[in-house]
Design a protein around this ligand. Structure first.
Ligand SMILES: [Zn+2]
Length: 837
């Protein structure tokens, strides 16, 4: 007889403990057959590890890469805006393969009017029916400008002509006999091309003409025939240059002799070899001072640069640069350059940071550029490896932002009056950090940019964000914070990060912001700073001066952290899923330790607290037959089935007495057991972060790993046990997961009123119209005429005070009116013109 009550308690306790392990051995009623497994291992899509690339993400025991050394003579013809060069390339075949031909990149061919890039150009002009004049100029210029690489000769070291064949931006050189593994081959190429005027045809290279002084800044990049990369993954990387996907090349040493007008200052990849021949005594002395200075030192002052702009010379000078272990070479040259420099130590490495800019860049450039270079080297070296090169350069010219080994081009400038907006200031610091940062990715960690933009842009933008935040408090970073990526994550025209560069939609968010944000989330939310930083540094260490592929990055990050991150790479890099986790449902449980009388009272109260049904409420007034004939009532009209009997009380007491001390303790537990159920709406599996607020205002943070979704990626739950009631739940309180919808993150829901903007309603037809405007204009004209007549009258009276004025309607001077009308017409014409041609 007493069993029901004992069972009841046992049940309650059992229930409480069961839900404390909600995902162990429990069925998942929501999991649908065939539901995508977000935790499926990536091995199925990553390339099979081999002796070149190991399963742990490091270079394998047989890893190899080619080596290419260059010796180049180049002459800038300023009057023709032309590059003429001749180079000797020494190619060392360190691959296990015999090569019958070599592929050379001819990037200037991008500017041939019939290049693939030009033929693939979209037909869209401007925006809607508006286009800027310079846009139209650019379109027309591309039709006629031919900036292709003109190859004068290709010979071997003995001057024997070599067969070549050009395919758009790639040239094949057929070798007289196969180049066996371990052999090397030297060849000579002579070429020339016309430099693009950046005003019409922009890009990563070009010249900028300053009309007011007739001088130009040349930023010259992707300018010489460069050996394409040959790798264990792609074979020849000779995917055509279409403009978006940058490039990947081989490491080697460069000796470059740049002949430019004698009054030019030349900045280039590498160390200057002949300062005695190209610099003045004063400049060399200043450069020496700069090496140990704690602030940037002028090598060429603004005044000297201004003076230099005034005259041109027919003379030339040859600047010689040497660079070791670089994958490319770029330079900038102009007589407009101001030049400042400051020495910097990265542990054992002495670096000189230098900036080159025209007076048009002042006062911004002298204030920020060199500081930003040094800051970048400091921060990036801490997260990767010590900056290994002797120089780091930032140049202002026509290119908005582009990186090459040791040198980068950065666009922002103040207004002509020397003032600037905060946007310009931070654009400048940001772009310098970014482009200098590219020395690490991809100039040293040599990823394949033509294939995977995110591997350099994403990793670099991630470090850029860290460097920005160390520049000043609350630096206005545009990329890195999860909440900044939300609009992109919820956009529909997206492709996964793992998409070839040329096929990317929304290039900036896809290749820069999303991977940078993903890494920031991986660091802050998933792995923690210490573990992430260790792994990221390990990736940089493993692949510095080598060529990593995406799998090498994914594998290294797991290898060094003891975390299976396949779900993370899968979600963030292989899909366009976004994070939207909802706090779906909350149940609260307590141990039931009430006596039978307490239970009965609770149930009675609960019933009484309920409003009667509508019919019951109305039926109450009806006359009942049983009231009219009391003899119809019997035992059951008095009987209360819920009343507690003495027998039940005794049974309860007995069950208590039979309990062990431990069972009694459990029964005495007053904790609350909250079961929180979450729904994954966005598809992306992510950790669940919940902030609980207790009744007394104290808070507790709960962090559940993303594996909570491992069995069912749509619904999961967790148990929270607290001594005091929880009054508020908030999901992702620190906005760290890029959750796109925060409306479903609260319990109880937060109702934030949207404020109405109140307007007076307007009757239809009462709006302004051309007729009313014409009427107003007529009235204004008449008022003006009346005023002028009055003034004329007064003037006349002042002259002849005694004379009666008889002209009641003075003739208005028509001149003013006509003039105003003409002006109006002119204005109208202008307005018609301005929307663009
Ligand atoms: Zn970049």
């Amino acid at each position: 007889m007493n069993t029901p009550f004992v069972l009841r308690f046992a049940c309650s306790i059992a229930l409480a403990w069961l839900i404390s392990q909600p995902t162990l051995g429990q069925p998942f009623p929501n999991r649908k057959y065939g539901q995508e497994d977000k935790f499926r291992q990536l091995e199925e899509i990553l390339p099979t590890p081999n002796s070149y690339r190991a399963a742990n993400g490091e270079p394998g025991p047989d890893y190899w890469q080619q080596r290419v050394d260059y010796s180049i003579d180049v002459r800038l013809d300023e009057s023709q805006n032309q590059i003429r060069g001749s180079e000797t390339i020494r190619y060392r075949n360190q691959s296990p393969h015999a090569l019958r031909y070599l592929w050379i990149q001819l990037d200037p061919n991008l500017f041939a009017s019939d290049s693939d890039a030009n033929r693939l150009r979209s037909g869209r002009i401007g925006f809607g029916n508006r286009a800027t004049m310079s846009e139209i100029d650019g379109i027309l210029e591309r039709q006629s400008f031919d900036g292709r690489c003109v190859i004068e000769s290709v010979t071997d070291a003995q001057a024997n002509r070599l067969e070549t064949f050009t395919v758009d931006t790639m040239m094949r050189i057929d070798l007289p006999e196969p180049l066996l593994s371990g052999q090397e081959f030297s060849m000579k190429i002579k070429w020339s091309y016309r430099i693009n005027n950046s005003k019409y045809i922009g890009g990563r290279t070009g010249y900028e003409m300053f009309e007011k002084d007739g001088n130009a800044i040349y930023e010259i990049a992707q300018w010489f025939p460069r050996l394409a990369a040959f790798t264990d993954v792609t074979g020849w990387q000779h995917k055509q240059y279409l403009g978006q996907g940058e490039f990947t090349l081989e490491f080697g040493d460069y000796l470059v002799r740049i002949t430019a007008p004698a009054d030019h200052i030349v900045a280039a990849t590498g160390e200057l070899q002949n300062p005695n021949e190209v610099l003045t005594d004063v400049q060399r002395k200043r450069l020496e001072q700069a090496r140990t200075a704690d602030k940037p030192v002028w090598i060429v002052t603004p005044e000297e640069a201004k003076e230099n702009e005034k005259e041109k010379t027919e003379q030339t000078k040859t600047w010689i640069f040497r660079a070791e272990a670089v994958r490319d070479f770029a330079f900038a040259t102009s007589r407009k350059f101001i030049w400042d420099a400051q020495g910097h130590r990265v542990n054992d490495n002495e670096v000189i940071a230098m900036s080159y800019y025209p007076n048009e860049g002042e006062p911004l450039w002298s204030k920020y550029s060199t500081h930003a270079i040094i800051h970048t080297l400091n921060v990036y070296s801490r997260y990767t490896f010590d900056y290994p090169y002797p120089v780091a350069i930032s140049v202002n010219g026509p290119v908005g932002g582009m990186e090459y080994p040791m040198i980068c081009f950065n666009g922002p400038r103040p207004r002509e009056d020397g003032t600037y907006s905060s946007a310009t200031k931070y654009d400048l610091i940001t772009v310098i950090i970014h482009e200098v940062g590219h020395n690490y990715f991809p100039m040293i960690v040599n990823s394949d940019e033509r294939q995977w933009s995110w591997m350099d842009e994403g990793l670099n933008t991630f470090l850029q964000y860290l460097a920005e935040q160390e520049w000043e408090q609350d630096y206005p970073s545009q990329r890195g914070e999860p909440e900044l990526i939300v609009p992109y994550m919820q956009s529909t025209n997206q492709v996964p990060i793992m998409t070839n560069s040329e096929s990317i939609m929304q290039f900036g968010p896809n290749a820069y912001s999303k991977p940078a944000t993903a890494l920031n989330i991986l660091r802050e939310t998933i792995l923690g700073r210490e573990l992430f930083d260790f792994a990221f540094k390990e990736y940089a260490r493993r692949w510095k001066f080598k060529r990593p592929m995406p799998a090498d990055f994914f594998r290294t990050m797991e290898d060094a952290t003891a975390r299976d991150l396949d779900w993370f790479w899968r979600g963030w890099f292989y899909t366009t899923d976004h994070c939207d986790i909802a706090l779906d449902k909350i149940d609260v449980y307590m141990v039931d330790r009430r006596t039978p009388d307490e239970i009965a009272a609770d149930e009675k109260n609960k019933k009484e607290a309920q409003l009667p049904t509508l019919s019951k409420k109305r039926n109450k007034e009806l006359v009942k037959r049983a009231d009219q004939f009391p003899e119809l009532k019997d035992f059951y009209n008095q009987y209360d089935p819920r009343a507690v009997t003495d027998e039940q009380r005794a049974a309860y007491q007995k069950s208590l007495e039979q309990m062990t001390e431990h069972e009694k303790e459990l029964l005495a537990n007053t904790d609350r057991f909250y079961r929180l159920q979450f729904r994954n709406i966005g598809g992306l599996v992510m950790p669940i972060i919940v902030l609980l607020t207790h009744e007394d205002g104290s808070t507790k943070e709960i962090r559940i790993p993303a594996e909570a979704w491992r069995v069912d990626a749509t619904v999961c739950d967790t148990l929270v046990i607290t001594a005091q009631p929880i009054v508020k739940f908030e999901l992702d309180p620190y906005r760290e997961t890029a959750d796109i919808n925060r409306d479903n993150n609260h319990f109880p829901p937060v109702l934030e009123p949207t404020r109405f903007q109140l307007f007076k309603s307007q009757r239809r037809g009462s709006e302004d119209n051309p007729m009313s405007r014409a009427k107003r204009a007529q009235e204004a004209k008449e008022a003006q005429q009346a005023k002028e007549a009055q003034q004329a009258k007064e003037a006349k009276e002042a002259k002849e005070p005694s004379k009666e004025v008889t002209d009641k309607q003075p003739q208005a001077p028509d001149q003013g009116g006509l003039g105003a009308k003409k002006k109006q017409e002119k204005k109208k014409k202008k307005r018609q013109l301005s929307p663009g041609v």
